[in-house]
Design a protein around this ligand. Structure first.
Ligand SMILES: O=C(O)CCC(=O)C(=O)O
Ligand SMILES: [Fe+2]
Length: 376
């Protein structure tokens, strides 16, 4: 790409890219558009190209989004002791401290520099469904400490699920399926839908030292909706190299790049070396990415995409909404994605088995925290 201001296909602005600072131009799906064919074609193009796209006019108001971020900030600002009272449980509900999650063990020296909070589908303890690995009651901070917090998060959870369902209908059409394919009870009818509040504390990442805000990974489910707080322009930190030359007075300042506190994606996970591009936040939009289950369902026609977050020393808040089907859903090659020449690449697997393994692989064992508490 040449070094100039770029305009995305649908108005997504992209800043001047350099070798170190390249922006991805993503398609933008307008959920209020009556032109379904156009939406399907934009989404399909995005899924074939990079597995990432923006979704706008999704029905969640910016005011409400701001309220969710404000409440999220309030939680992460609580003293560590207060946050540890709602430490995540074995159902993946509640608080995840910094370093809890290790997404890219090959390249990271320790877990991610981010803390989080998982909120899933609320299933009362006495409901037989609560026995399922990803179902049960949520863990909530006390309403005396954070009034209205639970209500705000529950409302967002419900609204985001409707957005995920709307996007899934367009995905279904793009895969030549009936529009309501993913609406079935075993799919997003009774989903494992998990939202996760995230906070990056302001540490500087350094890939050469294996330090990341969030290590490179692809998400596990059908799709992820991502909302970020940094929507009011680029927050940049100019990186300079100070180099001592020959005499005392000859300090040499070299601009080596700018660090952005953004999500980065790698469009081709098989390419070496990997090429990383920034995704600029778009006000009011969700950044949507395809998960690994959709890659399996679609027999790799739609690939999940590697992404990561590099911290630049500034705080960052984001909210990820992971849309996954029901526990018992058998994720197997879709009829429209296989042929004699292109047989299924993956064996069928239930969503519950697949997800349990992925969470186990990436999260600290809870016994670590029990041991820590005994020693304090
Ligand atoms: O915080 C972000 O922007 C990305 C988070 C993410 O990729 C994840 O939690 O899966
Ligand atoms: Fe992710």
């Amino acid at each position: 790409m040449e070094n100039q201001q770029h305009q995305g296909r649908n108005g997504a602005a992209a800043a001047a890219p350099t070798a170190e600072n390249r922006f991805s131009v993503l398609n933008c799906i307008d959920l209020s558009s009556p032109d379904t064919q156009n939406s399907v074609s934009l989404l399909k193009q995005a899924c074939l190209d990079c597995g990432f796209f923006y979704v706008v006019n999704h029905g969640i108001s910016q005011e409400f989004m701001a309220e969710v971020f404000a409440q999220s900030k309030k939680f992460f600002e609580l003293p560590a002791k207060e946050k540890m009272k709602v430490l995540r449980n074995e159902k993946h509900r509640g608080y995840t401290p910094e370093l809890d999650e290790l997404l890219d063990p090959e390249n990271q020296v320790h877990g991610d520099y981010k803390e989080g909070y998982y909120i899933g589908v609320e299933v009362p303890e006495d409901d037989p469904e609560a026995e399922k690995p990803f179902y049960g009651p949520n863990v909530w901070p006390s309403s005396e400490v954070l009034p209205g917090w639970r209500e705000t998060m529950e409302k967002f959870h419900q609204q985001a699920l409707e957005v995920a369902r709307a996007v899934a209908r367009i995905i279904a059409l793009a895969l030549d399926l009936e529009a309501d394919f993913f609406d079935k009870p075993e799919m997003l009818g009774h989903p494992i839908a998990v939202m996760r509040l995230l906070h990056y504390g302001g540490q500087v990442s350094d890939p050469s030292k294996g330090l990341y805000g969030a290590g490179a990974h692809s998400d596990y489910g059908l799709i992820t909706l991502l909302a970020t707080d940094d929507v009011y322009g680029l927050q940049v930190r100019i990186r300079v190299n100070l180099r001592y030359l020959t005499s005392e007075s000859n300090w040499f300042v070299r601009l080596v790049g700018i660090d952005l506190n953004f999500l980065q994606i790698c469009k081709n996970k098989d390419a070496q070396p990997q090429v990383w591009e920034y995704v600029a936040p778009m006000q009011g939009a969700f950044v949507v990415n395809l998960g690994d289950m959709l890659e399996r369902w679609s027999n790799c026609i739609f690939k999940s995409t590697l992404h990561r977050v590099l911290g630049n020393g500034q705080e960052r808040y984001s909210i990820a909404y992971f849309a996954e089907p029901s526990h018992d859903c058998l994720v197997e090659c879709l009829p429209t994605c296989k042929s004699e020449k292109n047989p299924p690449k993956f064996p069928p697997i239930t969503c519950s088995t697949y997800l349990s393994q992925r969470y186990k692989d990436t999260h600290a064992d809870l016994s670590v925290y029990n041991q820590k508490q005994q020693h304090t």
